[in-house]
Design a protein around this ligand. Sequence first.
Ligand code: R5P
Length: 311
Amino acid sequence: MKIMAGNSNLPLARAIAGYLELPLTDASVRRFADEEVFVEIHENVRGEDVFLVQPTSFPANDNLMELLICIDALRRASAKRITAVVPYFGYARQDRKPGPRTPISAKLVANLITEAGADRVLSVDLHAGQIQGFFDIPTDNLYAAPVMAADIQARNGGQELTVVSPDVGGVVRARALAKRLDNAPLAIVDKRRDRPGQSEVMNIIGDVQGRTCVMIDDIVDSGGTLCNAAEALLREGASSVTAYITHGVLSGGAVARVNDSALKELVITDSILATDAAKESNSIRILTIAPLIGEAIRRIADESSVSSLFD
Ligand code: R5P
């Protein structure tokens, strides 16, 4: 087995390799003067089971091209099996046509990864579970929920917890977390979004009066969804609101928005390399999912069960 990394999240790749007690494969991913990506693998990978770690986060298009070119290099170097480990799968939100004459870019990206030569995909908290079906190769979708649940339990012992989904689409994810928290009650924020990038909270479904609210979502991008939902929950009488979000996209002024928000804390994972602003924020904490991904990789390599990780 070999672990190779693109440039998009080297600390995560190193931590995964550390968990597996393996060195990272010696390779360089460089740019030509015109920003073309060039990959060179400096060790033999012929016949190897290679796991290539490369989330397609900001800059999404550059990181996606790096992923595709690394896969191509591995395929041409005769790797036996190539698993694209894409902890954050960019373009996932474009998983359906929101209107006429619009693309389904998540499907296009799935096709590109497959055509480049990946044999398997490993991702974490895909925006929609059905994106697994966009790939005609085996695709494992891991959940950060066990890592989050352990942290929530360690920090909120004895509190009256309510798990909150910040929109109707996230209820399944929220219910799964609530189950891990001794079947904590659920609340749902009924959000209406007028335009992409803007969010507006309309209603809270469920009782949050006096409750310690734990909001869960897959992505925090502008932070609008979270910050508006936190305000609405506090207006409805919640005693505090903490958010657990797998993928800290945190574009533009999102970190400042979170810093100035009513949120007690935003907890993200290291699926995406945090910016300096996110690392320096007193309101943002980062949990590592390297052991979760490392263990899944070990099980894929050993051909043992991955789903039992979540039992
Ligand atoms: C939407 O369906 C996603 O699950 C997130 O709620 C959304 O992407 C968050 O975006 P933002 O932080 O820009 O409100």
